[in-house]
Design a protein around this ligand. Structure first.
Ligand code: NAD
Ligand code: TYD
Length: 357
């Protein structure tokens, strides 16, 4: 009889992790344990729809804490680990790289070691179905010029402390696969956008600032290009890879939606002007301000995900146009989520509600 999946999601209170948790719980066979340290980037309000689900549980904890991980592995007995916990913002990594080294490199190493100990003591049947999926970024490959696409065998060439720390973690994961037989898979995906993204990243920052009539800071000339992927398409890809991907393999996930940053910001402005006109600003593009460029700013990211699409039958459901409209609508409809993230009130709420766990 097939074993019902028991999925340990690290970083499940973050932007992509919360989408993954919601997606997993749609399957009535799946049980989920969300293990998250609740850093500034987490928001448990993103998981309110899951709170009452008996197949969902939350455990506050840090992936740098081996004892906490050991307890989770032995009590929850996962069949799958989806590892998303990370420090994820490039600009923060330029100001304070240490946290990125601690969580992304050290934390991943500690998690791998605990997963290995757990895996080695599993009965054979459970070892056969156990999978560890490491969720990474296309930024590990560095910058593209105007032509070409990242492939699974593109050499690593990270530019920022963030991407360097993710590159290190990817290498650790592959090493634990090769040296210790841990059944690992790695996915590298392009820029995500969608509901519940902390408003420090380009798209939610521009939506919230433009809505409120604040300045829209575009780095350099806004010519840098990103390949945009709707977060729910990514969540679906991850669970497909974890269940059906080949052990030891790397899967690239992209939206095939390349846009310059300026194009993204202008599109956000025109959608908002149409659906939520500002009382004093007729054209929100007037709010765009070109500011000093980010140091080491990668020019272009673009992914060739054809191998993933062909092997696993996955493809994105949203175009950039439909996904962006949904995302803008979500931010307009959820001012409470935004307010809680900004004010820090949710952090106090979490302390009061989860301190005992
Ligand atoms: P996020 O910053 O929104 O969320 C990260 C989550 O990890 C938070 O809930 C945080 O509390 C948790 N966390 C951080 N440090 C932790 C620790 N030491 N122990 C336990 N939990 C910890 O990030 P995201 O955008 O959802 O990204 C999730 C993963 O996907 C990351 O590994 C990131 O590198 C990768 N990724 C993100 C993107 C993107 O566009 N956002 C693109 C490619 C890959
Ligand atoms: P970001 O959302 O930080 O993602 P990443 O750096 O991981 O790609 O930034 C996306 C692009 O938008 C990137 O080229 C930097 C640019 N950007 C701005 O121009 N202004 C901003 O305020 C931010 C946050 C980003």
């Amino acid at each position: 009889m097939p074993i019902s999946p028991r999925v340990l999601v690290t970083g499940g209170a973050g932007f992509i992790g919360s989408s993954v948790v919601r997606h997993l719980l749609e399957d009535p066979q799946v049980e989920v344990l969300n293990f998250d340290a609740l850093t500034y980037a987490a928001n448990l309000q993103s998981l309110q729809s899951c709170e009452a689900n008996p197949r969902y549980r939350f455990q506050r904890g840090n992936i740098c804490n081996p004892e906490a991980l050991r307890e989770v592995f032995s009590s929850f007995r996962p069949s799958h680990v989806l590892h998303l916990a990370a420090e994820s913002h490039v600009d923060r990594s330029l100001h304070g790289p240490q946290a990125f080294i601690e969580t992304n490199v050290m934390g991943t190493g500690i998690l791998l070691q605990e997963a290995r100990d757990y895996f080695q003591n599993l009965p054979t049947a459970e070892q056969e179905s156990f999978r560890f999926l490491h969720v990474s970024t296309d930024e590990v490959f560095g910058s593209l010029g105007a032509e070409g696409f990242f492939q699974p065998d593109t050499p690593y060439d990270p530019s920022s402390p963030y991407s360097a720390s993710k590159a290190a973690s990817d290498h650790l994961v592959r090493a634990w696969g090769r040296s210790f037989g841990l059944p690992v898979l790695v996915s590298n995906c392009s820029n995500n956008y969608g509901p519940c993204q902390f408003p420090e990243k380009l798209i939610p920052l521009m939506i919230t600032n433009a809505f409120e009539g604040k300045k829209l800071p575009v780095y350099g000339k806004g010519e840098n290009i990103r390949d945009w992927l709707y977060v729910e398409d990514h969540a679906r890809a991850l669970w497909t890879i974890a269940r059906h991907g080949q052990v030891g393999k790397t899967y690239l996930i992209g939206g095939e939606e390349e846009h310059t940053n300026l194009d993204v910001v202008q599109t956000i402005c025109s959608i908002l002007d149409a659906i939520a006109p500002h009382p004093d600003i007729s054209n929100r593009c007037d709010l765009i301000e070109f500011v000093t460029d980010r140091p080491g700013h990668d020019f272009r990211y673009a992914i060739d995900s054809s191998a993933t699409r062909e092997e696993l039958g996955w493809k994105p459901a949203e175009s950039f146009e439909t996904g962006l409209k949904k995302t803008i609508r979500w931010y307009l409809d959820n001012p409470d989520w935004l307010e809680s993230v900004r004010s820090g009130a949710y952090r106090q709420w979490m302390e009061e509600n989860y301190a005992w766990r």
